[in-house]
Write a protein that binds this ligand. Structure first.
Ligand SMILES: C[S@@+](CC[C@H](N)C(=O)[O-])C[C@H]1O[C@@H](n2cnc3c(N)ncnc32)[C@H](O)[C@@H]1O
Length: 322
């Protein structure tokens, strides 16, 4: 059975028994699941999980329907998710940046005027045109058998500056770049390299659609009750094997990071979106905090994983703190 957008909008959901829909099947939870071929949604009345490509799926969402986005696209040349149409693996650096900027064009339409985006992006190094990656014995999560060619103008071993290249491209596309936060990982993986410091941070940008936007400065306080600073110390969380799904996700953000972002730039009841949802950490944080959510993820086994995590969360919703 295929669900049309009209049907999806008029579904009466029994919150206790059934509520997500996958090719006509139901399982526990309070959201609906569709793929990116359904007709456009006229409104976001309940949480939605879409399996498919980010830009395509974003075009299904109504204009000005989303309050905030918390997202972490694949990092360029660091990981092969082994799925067609993925970004960041076989594409050139420029093609990767263009894909995200294109998806963000759709985001600009989908965001409310006072909406924002938290964008977490990691950096990477050039390979010097080595097309393979020697396994990093100290960081097995870096599993990628092929590497894209070195971008023009860069040298072997150069740090590429991907986050800032992306930030400038988004600024050129009309976004307001409002903040750079350093996510410091006190438990960062050791690295095998001996000619530079070991990397222990990632970048988190705050972007807005307009000059003024919703930002609750009191939602989350820093140490000693002071306003949040731009360095956040948040340990990575170990990937839990077997709890949810055999194909656990290799690049999940800590839920406390997602909770913090959701709390600051959205109100209870508003819509939180992650167009590169991975294992659904943003969606889980949004659900805990009483927000509606929309998740988009390309790889169907990760969509299954999200459903399993959300099924548990939707069934026993709790209020979480940041
Ligand atoms: C870094 S992970 C996101 C992890 C997520 N923040 C979490 O904590 O679970 C990026 C995800 O983007 C997905 N992806 C890759 N290309 C995509 C595309 N074109 N459209 C949508 N998702 C895509 C990958 O499958 C991967 O799961």
């Amino acid at each position: 059975m295929t669900w049309t957008a009209e049907a999806l909008e008029t579904l009466t959901v029994d919150p206790l028994k059934a509520a997500h829909y996958r090719s006509g099947t139901r399982s526990p939870g309070r959201h609906i699941r569709v793929d990116d071929t359904v007709p456009k949604f006229r409104a976001i009345d309940q949480s939605i999980l879409i399996g498919g490509d980010a830009a395509r799926a974003l075009s299904l969402l109504p204009a000005e329907s989303v309050q905030t986005v918390v997202t972490s696209p694949p990092y360029w040349s660091l990981r092969d998710y082994r799925v067609d149409d993925q970004i960041g693996c076989n594409d050139s650096l420029q093609a990767y940046l263009d894909s995200i900027v294109d998806a963000f064009d759709e985001l600009q339409r989908v965001l409310r005027g006072d909406g924002t985006v938290w964008l977490n992006v990691g950096d990477s190094y050039t390979s010097g045109n080595r097309r393979y990656r020697a396994p990093d014995r100290k960081n097995r999560a870096r599993a990628m058998s092929v590497r894209p060619p070195t971008p023009q103008g860069l040298k072997p071993k150069d740090l590429i500056g991907v986050p800032w290249r992306l930030a400038f491209a988004l600024q050129d596309a009309g976004w307001w770049l409002r903040s750079e936060t350093i996510w410091h990982k006190p438990n960062a993986h050791p690295e095998s390299v001996r000619d530079r410091p070991t990397k222990a941070h990632e970048t988190l940008f705050l972007l807005s659609r307009e000059q003024d936007y919703y930002y609750n400065v009191d939602a989350v306080k820093g140490p000693r009750g002071r306003r949040l600073r731009t360095v956040w110390e948040i340990p990575t969380e170990p990937v839990k094997r077997t709890n949810y799904h055999p194909d656990d996700h290799p690049a999940m953000m800590p839920i406390s990071l997602a909770r913090r972002c959701v709390s600051i730039t959205s109100r209870p009841g508003s819509v939180v979106l992650d167009p590169y949802a991975g294992a659904g950490t943003t969606l889980l944080a949004a659900s805990e905090l009483g927000r509606k959510w929309v998740g988009i993820e390309l790889k169907s086994s990760f969509v299954d994983l999200i459903e399993q995590r959300m099924g548990c969360s939707d069934a026993g919703r709790t209020q979480g703190g940041a």
